[in-house]
Design a protein around this ligand. Structure first.
Ligand SMILES: Nc1ncnc2c1ncn2[C@@H]1O[C@H](COP(=O)(O)OP(=O)(O)OP(=O)(O)O)[C@@H](O)[C@H]1O
Ligand SMILES: Nc1nc2c(c(=O)[nH]1)N=C(CO)CN2
Length: 187
């Protein structure tokens, strides 16, 4: 009989000898400004280059109608990335924000056009609600631009407290979420 590896690593942050579990995370990326596809590709490459993050799956690229954005806003390209990570959720958020900054995002008004948006949707069953981080992402369950690409790469996906992605999709209008067969994000 073969022994499967224990999914724990030594906790290098605290040096306590504690162990942090490997958790599966879901990251949503979006862009509606400039070279949208190049920015999504750059975000995935930057995630993969992050120590303690391993990209497990990348969805197709979807072109999506802007949600909650001023009328006349450009369409977004969106995708979802599944990762395995041993990072703490706050360190993962810091990395997501650093990747946004690296691609020149300027924070102006809410829902302003963005070169790159990197949202942490879920990390295993972790729940957070503080000034910097809310987990699960509080609006993910009603966003077709998150749920449609997520279902593609993770048919069993679920949002703690909300339910299965496959069921949540049934409650929303996904007509504004269209797969771009001509585009692909590579690892
Ligand atoms: N799960 C999360 N993922 C990403 N950012 C989060 C999360 N929870 C809280 N935040 C906070 O939200 C801030 C980013 O807000 P931002 O301006 O990107 O919102 P948005 O992307 O326009 O809208 P939305 O939050 O609805 O996607 C970050 O500074 C971060 O601290
Ligand atoms: N289609 C689409 N709409 C949005 C998006 C997005 O990524 N795609 N992101 C938002 C804020 O995070 C607000 N609206």
């Amino acid at each position: 009989m073969t022994e499967s590896p224990t999914p724990y690593v030594l906790d290098a942050d605290t040096m306590t000898g504690g162990m942090r579990p490997i958790r599966q995370g879901v990251i949503a990326i979006g862009s509606n400004l400039g070279d949208r596809h190049a920015r999504l590709q750059g975000a995935v490459s930057a995630l993969e280059d992050t120590p303690e993050v391993q990209v497990v799956a990348i969805s197709s690229v979807y072109e999506t109608e802007p949600v909650g954005a001023p009328s006349g806003s450009e369409k977004f390209l969106n995708a979802v990335v599944l990762i395995d990570t041993t990072l703490t959720v706050h360190t993962l958020l810091d990395r997501a924000l650093a990747i946004e900054d690296a691609f020149g995002r300027e924070r102006s008004e809410p829902n302003a056009p963005r070169t790159l948006d990197v949202d942490v949707i879920v990390v295993g069953d972790r729940v957070a609600d503080d000034e910097s981080l809310q987990l699960p992402h509080p609006r993910a369950h009603e966003r077709g631009f998150v749920l449609v690409p997520w279902l593609e790469v993770d048919p069993e996906g679920q949002i703690p407290g909300q339910g299965f992605v496959a069921d949540l999709i049934g409650d929303i209008d996904t007509s504004g979420v269209v797969k771009r067969e001509d585009l692909e994000i590579l690892l």
